[in-house]
Every structure is written in C-alpha cells, then in structure tokens.
Design a protein around this ligand. Structure first.
Ligand code: BG6
Length: 492
C-alpha cells in the first residue's frame, strides 16, 4: 500500500543551532525526505540561525554535506537535493546579543500570516534567552510555535525554570517538547495494537499480565558528547524521558481519543501513580552501572573513565529499575526498565509477559509450557511478535513448541522506515501535539526521578562496573531474578 502524503500548509521553519549535530544528523535529512515525498508546500522556507557568520550559500553547502553523510545514495537524487537546498537561507544571530534579530524579523516579514516554527536545536541554556529575544523583537505571531529538545532541566526545579521562561513567551499550546521516541514507528504501533484491536485490552491488566520489561540497549559509548553526558547520566538521558514515555504508553488507560490532551492526561496519571523510590528501597529497586573496557560493536573499546579522560566520575552509563504502579490496573505488576551504553547489542524493546496457564492438561513429555510474551521491537527489525505455544507439527503425539506470530514491519510492508523526526516535524507544522510532552508530564517525570538522584547522591556506593559488551552489572540480573523472572535475551 503506498504511503499517503498530505501536503502541509506553507511554513517558515527557523532552526537555531542549524550547524549543530542534531540539525546535521536529523533535522536536515528529515526535511529533505519530506520535501522529496512532496509534503512541503512550495513556498515553505528553512532558515538556519546561529552565531556563525555563514552565508546562504555556505549554509547550503553544509546542508548538502550533511545529506551526503546521512542519506543513502539511492535516496539522494541530485535534482531533489538541489531543489531542497533552494529552500534554505541563513541569518546570523546571537542569543546573548541584539545583533541579527531584526534581520531575522525582516526575512520573515514578507509572510506574517504563515506558520512559523522556531526549532531550538541548541544547548538547553539557550532555550529561555532565545525565546526572550524572539518575544522582544516581535517575531512571535499568532501562527508561531516553538520546539525544544531534551534535556528540559536537570531536576524538577531547573525544569520548572525552563518551562516558566519559555511559557512567558509561548503559551503551552504553542510549545512542542520533543521526545523522539514518541515519533518512532513502533511506538505509534503500540497505540494501534492496544486501541485498534479488541484482543489485547481485556487482558491488559494485573489479572493477566505478570510483568513488563522495557530495554533500551546501545552499543555506542560517549560519542564525543562527554560534556553533556557526564553531567546527565543514563537516568536523566534515557529514563526521565524516553523510557518513562514508553512505560506510559503501555500502562495508560485508553484515552477518549487521540487528541493531544486526551492522550497526555492519561500519560500524566500514570506518571503520578509511579511508586516513589526512597533511600530504603533504592538498593532493591535501582541499579546504576558504569562500563569498563571490553569489546563492543565488533572491536575493543575503552572504559568510560578512559574515554572521559578523568578518573573521578560517578556518572552512570547503565541503569536498571523495578517500578510499581499504584493503581487498580497495575497493582502487583512490576515494570522492569534497563538502559545502557556499551551493552552487548543494540536493541530497544518492550516485553509484555503474560501469566502462565493456571493448569496444564498435557503430560510431561509434551514439554514445558512457556508463558505468552508480546514483544514490541522498536529497533532494529521493527515489529511485533506474539510468542505462543503450538503443537509440534506432524504425527508422534502431543509435543509443544513456543513460536512467534511474527509481524516484522520492514519485511511485511517493504517500505523505508521514516525517521522519527520526519513525523514529528510535520506534526509541529500541522499543529498536532499528541506526540509531544506537555509541561506537567515533564515535571511529573522529574518528581519521580529526583528522589532517585538524591538517594544515589547520598549513598556511599559507587556505580557498579560492567565490562563493555555485556548486559550490564550482575546486580541488574539480580534485580529481576530475585523475583523469579529473567530479562528477555532469547526471544526476539
Ligand atoms: C538520545 C540520547 O536522546 O537518544 C542518546 O541522548 C541516545 O544518549 C539516543 O544515544 C538514542 O536514540 P535512538 O533513537 O538511537 O535509540
């Protein structure tokens, strides 16, 4: 089935930090793909802004280079690239100075009614100063909206300050807080699976589900992001946002519709129902780890401290958590989360483990009866598998086998999987906030995360070390095995 492309209304997209890593790796390629698909109205413009003194031409050269680097050759026809580049122009402006802002205002002045998107692909310290300049220079129109990336704060207090600052210029319905995990195809499919099928929802509760596992494992290490990562760590970098969002989508009540606030209200209730971690429960419910040298992604790699060039960092590169949700649907169903750098393999998945059958009618020679698992794979090999027991085919008595009912999206639909940013950018232009985080959600996540950070900071224990290329510290295995369960490593 061909994918449906609906052209957006014309827009002006102003990208702050347009020469940075995010813009080069994600935003420029995503906009190019959408342009090539015919989704960008012909008049739409992309204006790069930063302190750098570029010209329109040098910005286009940079964008051409980033397409060469990040878009496969077969998806990059020269004609389409050149057409896309004509949309790009450059204005130099500094968040801390007045120079440049009026020039930007003049660039935009010829289309005052047009949708205006300000994308802040900058260091988070600049979010508020940029919003203030936009306001002060009269750049914020009725059709304007602002997009911010994580991290929004480093704690509840700092997140509130950032949200306040942005909120002084942009009302909440104009603020788009990106969590790129929400733009991933399979994450959307989780909603389709739950709410477009009658099959799962009656079973989606503590009566039928034994536990849920969410794993986001990476093989990469610091990737030249030491400055940011060492002050963040895995809990802030992955759990506060991406992983809690995944947990919310699994655990939320069916929203009344997919309208932004309907979905966000339900996610918020989940965040508010998470049982807080205390200094007393910290050891039993949390594990933090830091990688040592080892082998990962096919080669020998340095340990975290060596990569960092310091030996005193206690920043965690791995975290595992056992989370309880205090509500009727989930009481007694633990959610186990783990995420780390330099792990054995790159995989992100959600495992919904159903309860075992209450009684077996089979004789022992039929073999063991495994519980049903629903595995939602975000990456790689996006898809959904439902592991079921069936009879071993052929004669010879009743022997049972555990096999997956397999829906691998890439194979089944044979389409290029669009990057999350393609969907999210177009949602901003369309004015759809469903896949973006509302202020209260971000703050509720921090309310739950802060006590863990505080308990870790107060504890004398350093993060547990783990060898690169493994599944993290043994304490992570103990965290789940204490409960008589194991992390999913065999089923895909
Ligand atoms: C980012 C984190 O938000 O997500 C990175 O800051 C991480 O540390 C990345 O590597 C993972 O994203 P993805 O889409 O590659 O799973």
């Amino acid at each position: 089935m061909p994918t449906r492309v609906i052209q957006t209304d014309p827009f002006d997209l102003v990208v702050f930090g347009a020469t940075g890593d995010l813009a080069r790796r994600k935003l420029i390629p995503a906009l190019f793909f959408r342009d090539e698909a015919g989704q960008l109205a012909p008049e739409s413009r992309i204006i790069g802004v930063s302190r750098s003194k570029l010209t329109d031409e040098t910005f286009r050269d940079l964008a051409r280079a980033s397409l060469e680097e990040h878009v496969g050759k077969k998806n990059r026809k020269a004609e389409a690239v050149e057409k896309f580049l004509t949309r790009l122009s450059w204005t130099s402006a500094d968040a801390d100075k007045d120079a440049g802002w009026d020039a930007l205002a003049r660039r935009l002045a010829d289309a005052p009614e047009r949708i205006r998107v300000f994308y802040l692909a900058t260091a988070p310290e600049l979010f508020v100063p940029i919003c203030e300049r936009l306001g002060a220079h009269g750049l914020v129109t009725d059709a304007s909206r602002v997009v911010v990336e994580k991290p929004i704060g480093k704690s509840l207090d700092s997140a509130r300050e950032v949200n306040e600052g942005i909120g002084r210029v942009f009302s909440e319905e104009r603020v788009y807080r990106i969590d790129h995990y929400l733009g991933k195809e399979t994450v959307q499919n989780l909603m389709a699976l739950r709410f477009a099928n009658a099959l799962f929802e009656p079973l989606w509760n503590a009566q039928h589900i034994d536990h849920v596992q969410i794993t986001v494992a990476e093989t990469v290490g610091l990737e030249n992001r030491a400055g940011y990562y060492d002050t963040a760590g895995a809990l802030r970098d992955m759990v506060q946002n991406h992983m809690l969002q995944l947990l919310c989508l699994v655990a939320m009540e069916p929203p009344r519709s997919l309208a932004a606030d309907a979905v966000r209200d339900e996610k918020l209730k989940v965040l508010q129902s998470l049982v807080p971690v205390t200094p007393q429960t910290m050891t039993e419910r949390t594990v933090r780890g830091q990688y040592r040298a080892g082998a990962s992604a096919g080669g020998a790699v340095k340990g975290y401290l060596d990569e960092l060039g310091r030996d005193d960092s206690e920043t965690e590169t791995f975290v595992a958590l056992k989370i309880d949700i205090a509500n009727w649907r989930w009481a007694g169903v633990p959610f186990y989360l783990r995420s780390g750098k330099r792990l054995s393999t790159r995989v992100s998945e959600i495992v919904v483990a159903f309860k075992p059958i209450p009684h077996s009618v089979f004789t022992p020679d039929a073999g063991p009866i495994a519980a049903n698992h629903l595995i939602i794979r975000l990456q790689p090999d996006e898809g959904v598998k439902l592991w079921l027991m069936i009879k071993d085919p052929g004669p010879g008595g009743m022997r049972l086998q555990h096999v997956p009912l397999d829906m691998s999206f890439a194979r089944s639909f044979n389409v290029r999987q669009a990057d999350a940013y393609e969907r999210l950018l177009m949602d901003v232009v369309r004015g759809s906030q469903t896949l973006f985080m509302r202020r209260d959600e971000v703050e509720a996540a921090w309310i739950w995360i802060d006590p863990i950070l505080q308990a870790w900071a107060a504890s004398k224990e350093a993060p547990k070390t783990y060898t690169s290329g493994t599944w993290g510290p043994s304490a992570s295995i103990a965290l789940i095995e204490r409960d008589g369960r194991t992390w999913n490593e065999g089923e895909e």
